[in-house]
Design a protein around this ligand. Structure first.
Ligand SMILES: Cc1cc2nc3c(=O)[nH]c(=O)nc-3n(C[C@H](O)[C@H](O)[C@H](O)COP(=O)(O)OP(=O)(O)OC[C@H]3O[C@@H](n4cnc5c(N)ncnc54)[C@H](O)[C@@H]3O)c2cc1C
Length: 463
């Protein structure tokens, strides 16, 4: 057996493990390995407690254009198609009602228009008037025993898969990949990649214990991907702005997911409330959006990794200045900073959460310690902008680097599909298109994959 790997995947979160799964099952690439620095898959942003567990379908994310919504819908359908045929479906994917709530005349009008635009593409989507909201989510519609004051309307659905334990999904991908027959699939935990370079046309990937050689590599290491890309001489026009998300718990007041309308001027989604798939009997609220100088939440050792990829210079300053000069963004950043200060934070957060549940009380809220990850938002220095959604650097020489803020977990299989095709093309391998389409793309959710850009994909955030 050759010691040179055909494909090496770096990072065992939901993105890397999805690629391991797709390439092992749907290509004839024979020798594939995945390296993960922790002792198990999905210990960072894909961990069940570090993200909002939402399968984003594009319908209740008011910051998505129709085009972006349909792209995310296709990606979400792939995850649903995978998860719903697994024996452990009950640990992977969950059905809850979901809605985006409009409060006040302007937001209600916006949602009514959005419903008209989306309804033809989302057959289960409903316009929910106050009586429907009261039936599905009484705590949203009522205040002190009567209908809450002011106009409300929502759009949403009641019988759809809306939540995923992305950590369990990653473990499932790895398990399934390791079961593939006639292939050599290696998974190495506790293997932190320190450096990547190219020698004699092969990628040389170094960990403390071993050096691996591979014909192609795909790095799915969150914010660390950019550091490894820089090592190889790519992506120097990107810097990274890590945005942490914190959460609160209250007793269970919501049955499903309730999002709110996004302020167009803000780069991050407004907070929402929903069940936590691993914490029964509670409602989880968040995420907040706090810029922190780390690549992994609650891991201060990653400050130095952040400093390596941040590369503060005039162009980075220009992007930050452009953001900070918008008063809505300035106030939002300040508010999110205050959300982290004990004592102050509960009162402030309560004000936002009461937009959803008017009768929520101060004593109900508890800050969720050690819950919430980091969204590694890229700064595009050349185009002077903060990029939202996932980003990809495809070097064209058999190395791909993925940076995956929200809705990166929802898009894990679609992102892996793009990489699977690129790697197969590079290695001259074949993709079993029929089997892939039959398993993961069905019915009216099919969209042409040619629509997916091959170099850099950027979308919008909706945690
Ligand atoms: C607050 C918050 C809320 C979110 N909510 C949602 C949501 O509701 N829905 C949604 O779809 N998305 C959501 N996201 C985004 C989603 O969590 C991420 O897009 C997704 O988990 C990214 O998966 P990943 O595998 O790319 O990265 P990660 O899960 O971060 O995995 C990267 C892996 O690479 C490993 N690694 C790093 N460096 C190295 C190295 N040098 N060598 C080896 N291994 C390495 C890490 O240990 C880790 O396992 C949210 C994110 C946050 C922070």
């Amino acid at each position: 057996m050759s010691q040179v790997l055909d494909l090496l995947v770096v990072g065992g979160g939901v993105t890397g493990s999805a690629l391991l799964y797709l390439t092992s099952r749907y290509t004839d690439i024979r020798h594939i390995a995945m390296l993960e620095k922790y002792a198990a898959p999905a210990r960072v942003n894909s961990l069940h407690s570090n993200n909002s567990q939402t399968l984003h379908c594009g319908d209740i994310e008011t910051n998505y254009s129709l085009e972006k919504a349909l792209k995310v819908q296709r990606a979400a359908r792939m995850v649903e198609n995978y998860a719903t045929v697994q024996p452990d479906i009950d640990h992977l994917i969950f059905k809850y009602p979901k809605m985006v709530l409009g409060v006040g005349a302007r937001e209600c009008e916006q949602l009514r228009k959005r419903f008209e635009m989306l309804a033809p593409h989302y057959p289960r989507l409903r316009l929910l008037e106050p009586a429907d909201i009261a039936r599905i989510e009484p705590a949203v519609a009522y205040s002190k025993g009567t209908m809450r004051a002011g106009e409300i309307v929502a759009i949403g659905s009641e019988d759809e898969y809306t939540a995923v334990n992305f950590e369990a999904l990653a473990r499932s991908f790895v398990r399934q990949a390791q079961r593939t027959r006639d292939k050599d699939i290696e998974v190495h935990y506790n293997s932190r990649v320190s450096h990547i370079n190219v020698r004699d046309g092969l990628f040389v990937v170094e960990t403390a214990e071993r050096t691996f050689e591979a014909r192609a590599i795909v790095v799915c290491a969150g914010g660390h991907s950019l550091k490894l890309a820089h090592d190889l001489g790519y992506g120097h026009h990107f810097s990274v702005l890590p945005v942490a998300g914190s959460y609160y718990f209250t007793p269970q007041v919501l049955k499903g997911k309730v999002y709110t309308v996004q302020n167009d001027k803000l780069p991050f989604a407004a907070i929402h409330g929903d069940p936590d798939v691993m914490v029964p009997g509670k409602t989880r609220w968040g995420p907040t959006a706090l810029v922190l100088p780390v690549l992994e939440r609650y891991n201060w050792e990653t400050v130095k990794d952040f400093m390596r990829v941040f590369r503060f210079d005039r162009k980075v300053w220009d992007v930050l200045y452009d953001l900070l000069k918008v008063s809505d963004i300035r106030n939002y950043m300040l508010k999110n900073f205050l959300f982290e200060i004990p004592i102050l934070r509960r009162g402030l957060f309560l004000k936002d959460a009461r937009k959803i549940v008017p009768d929520l009380r101060y004593g109900d809220l508890k800050f969720a310690h050690h819950v919430g990850g980091i969204r590694p938002q890229l700064i595009d220095k050349d185009h002077r902008k903060l990029m939202m959604g996932e980003a990809k650097i495809d070097t064209g020489i058999g190395a791909i680097f993925n940076m995956t803020p929200s809705p990166g977990a929802t898009c894990c299989l679609e992102n892996a599909e793009v990489d699977m095709r690129a790697v197969a093309g590079f290695l001259g391998a074949a993709v079993d298109e029929d089997r892939f389409a039959q398993d993961l793309l069905i019915g009216d959710q099919r969209h042409a994959t040619e629509d997916l850009p091959s170099h850099i994909i950027s979308g919008a955030d909706a945690a």
